[in-house]
Design a binder for this molecule. Sequence first.
Ligand SMILES: [Zn+2]
Length: 52
Amino acid sequence: MQCHYCDREAAVAVEKDLVKVGLCEDHFQDRLEELSDSGWLDELQGELDVDR
Ligand SMILES: [Zn+2]
């Protein structure tokens, strides 16, 4: 899967409201706060090693 914001390979795939979005590591870090606010992170944390 490709990152939603650039052409890099996505490191993470996030699915919310039936929409699947790929994010590379950089853009994932970029969106981390936003994702956390919108509740996406709750679903992600089981699958990811997030150290911060
Ligand atoms: Zn990206």
